[in-house]
Design a protein around this ligand. Structure first.
Ligand code: HEC
Length: 115
């Protein structure tokens, strides 16, 4: 009796852990998004933008993930004037490609639905 209980517990623990791993595998971008968040902070985007009420409330980015595609966001960051000729935004044309990709991945997670 005692023994089968222990086996059952070990089994469910194992199942729980593999479920956790499956969940992580379903979100392969988690590390990328985390890195993108760091790039966002390091580049001081929040001087002009806010996310979830933090930063400059003039230009919220809270729903940018549903308003713009990844390509559009990327183009905007690298050369805003190419998208909006009278853009006030600084061009981030010298970001490393993987930093830019991570930043775009992060911005894609920003939707009204997710918050
Ligand atoms: C000097 C202020 C400033 C900084 C710094 C800045 N932005 Fe912007 N950004 C703006 C303004 C103002 C707009 C709105 C339209 C325009 O003037 O381009 C904008 C628009 C955008 C848009 C398009 C959003 C939309 O709804 O049209 C994206 C995406 C964006 N910024 C991302 C970023 C990211 C990412 C960073 C940091 C790497 C950043 N911005 C840094 C001022 C800034």
């Amino acid at each position: 009796m005692q023994r089968s209980l222990a086996v059952a517990m070990a089994l469910s623990l194992g199942l729980g852990m593999s479920a956790l791993r499956a969940e992580e595998a379903a979100k392969p971008d988690a590390a990328k998004v985390g890195k993108g968040q760091q790039v966002y902070a390091a580049q001081h985007c929040s001087m002009c933008h806010s996310v979830a009420g933090k930063g400059n409330p003039k230009n919220p980015l809270d729903d940018v993930g549903s308003k713009m595609t990844a390509d559009e966001v990327k183009k905007y960051i690298v050369n805003p004037k190419a998208v909006k000729p009278d853009s006030k935004m600084k061009a981030y044309s010298s970001l490393a490609a993987d930093d830019l990709d991570a930043l775009v991945a992060y911005l894609q997670t920003l939707t009204k639905k997710s918050s």
